[in-house]
Design a protein around this ligand. Structure first.
Ligand SMILES: Nc1ncnc2c1ncn2[C@@H]1O[C@H](COP(=O)(O)OP(=O)(O)OP(=O)(O)O)[C@@H](O)[C@H]1O
Ligand SMILES: [Mg+2]
Length: 384
């Protein structure tokens, strides 16, 4: 969708290129993260894509057509741009800021009103409170959210977002990231997204482009950067706590054991107790006939109990969905002392179960310095 070919930018009067012969191919519907230290050329690269910055040499094509052949106004209207400095018009209300481009495109008032409300709700700013505020009456994080909604106002197929959540506290940031990913799932826009935060990059990116001093060092999926860092620079950049980052990246579905053994509420306690002792189980999941999770039973409570399992079942309220990431699963797992967490489908049926051993086997990889590859540590301390 967006193709960069040997794109170079040398600012007038500068000796060194700010962007140095970058080749990049961004697929339609992908979120491509640009990441790298301050001054490495992220904003410059982005601004060349909508011709806010002239290209010194090289080519940029969007949808197969060189951006130089497009009408510059039409090009910019087809690309939403949330700038790093937020850049709200100070003398205009939130409403008018968001409505700028819809207005230029001649939308009627009703359509604009609805769109503004929809976008404000999306970024968790109640329209009734925020619609008619001025930028000076907003906190930095609120202003930034308005900046993002303004870029999205006319639903452009391509979005350039320069550190869109940079000024937002970690908790609201997670909420916005999740909200944003949910919307992206539906809209499938092509998004170029700058961040300094490697966790955000791993969570949000379909692909990550790591830049250093204007050059593209590695371009690949988050998984590739974590598990196959091309060189020392990438390895250091993605950081030492790779295992934890992989938790963020992998889904419950990737690690869960499917078809976990379980019993049913109407099973006799004595039979289940016998079964658990034979199989050395300290707990067992309980479901109804349709495999809907009812909770679990443990050994102590079954001992000496006469009747049905359903009388001693304990509720299991913290469950996960197969599409949640393993970090969420781990935090829920730690809330029970069972060392497991159950994955449930949308309709309440047991999809699988995660235990601490499966988690460790999924993320417990390490880098073999001598062999130059990633692998699991064996009990003898070897990396295979
Ligand atoms: N208008 C300009 N004129 C001259 N040099 C510039 C101009 N804009 C940026 N630069 C230089 O180009 C390089 C890349 O800047 P750029 O703003 O693209 O970095 P960045 O990766 O976005 O950094 P940050 O993470 O701090 O936002 C820097 O060395 C910067 O000083
Ligand atoms: Mg920048």
């Amino acid at each position: 969708m967006i193709e960069l070919e040997r794109v170079t930018k040398i600012y007038p009067g500068s000796e060194v290129p700010a962007v140095d012969s970058v080749n990049l191919n961004i697929a339609e519907g992908d979120i491509c993260i640009l990441i790298g230290s301050s001054g490495c050329g992220k904003t410059t690269l982005m601004r060349m894509m909508n011709r806010l910055e002239p290209i010194t040499s090289g080519f940029i094509r969007i949808g197969g057509e060189s951006i130089m052949d497009k009408d510059v106004t039409a090009l910019r209207r087809s690309i939403g741009y949330a700038i790093q400095q937020i850049g709200l018009f100070p003398h205009m209300t939130v409403y008018d800021n968001i409505a700028t481009v819809p207005h230029l495109l001649g939308w009627d008032k009703k359509r604009i009103d609805e769109r503004v409300d929809e976008l404000l709700n999306m970024v968790q700013l109640p329209p009734d409170i925020f619609r008619f505020r001025y930028p000076r009456e907003l906190s930095g994080g609120q202003a930034q959210r308005i900046g993002v909604t303004r870029a999205m106002a006319t639903d452009p197929p391509v979005m350039l977002m320069d550190e869109p959540f940079g000024a937002i506290d970690p908790i609201n940031r997670e909420v916005l990231q999740d909200e944003f990913l949910k919307i992206q799932e539906k809209l499938k826009k092509t998004i170029v997204f700058v961040t300094h935060d490697i966790h955000e990059a791993i969570k949000m990116g379909d692909k990550i482009a790591l830049l250093d001093a204007g050059q593209l060092v590695q371009y690949g999926t988050p998984e590739e950067l974590l598990t196959q860092p091309k060189n020392r620079f990438v390895k250091d950049f993605v950081g030492a706590d790779r295992a934890l980052k992989r938790l963020n990246l992998l889904k419950v579905r990737d690690a869960m054991l499917t078809n976990p053994t379980h019993c049913h509420g109407e099973d006799p306690s004595e039979t289940i107790l016998e079964h658990m002792i034979e199989n050395e189980l300290s707990y067992l999941l309980v479901a109804d006939r349709e495999d809907n999770l009812k909770g679990y039973v443990n050994l102590e409570e079954l001992q000496g109990h006469h009747g049905n399992v359903r009388d001693v079942v304990r509720p299991m309220t913290l469950t996960v969905k197969p599409e949640q990431n393993l970090k969420d699963a781990l935090s829920k797992m730690l809330s029970y002392d069972l060392g497991i967490v159950v994955a449930m489908d949308d309709d309440g049926k047991i999809a699988g179960v995660l235990n601490s051993r499966t988690l460790v086997s999924v993320v417990g990889e390490t880098y073999d310095e001598r062999g130059g590859h990633w692998g699991r540590i064996t009990t003898k301390g070897r990396i295979i």
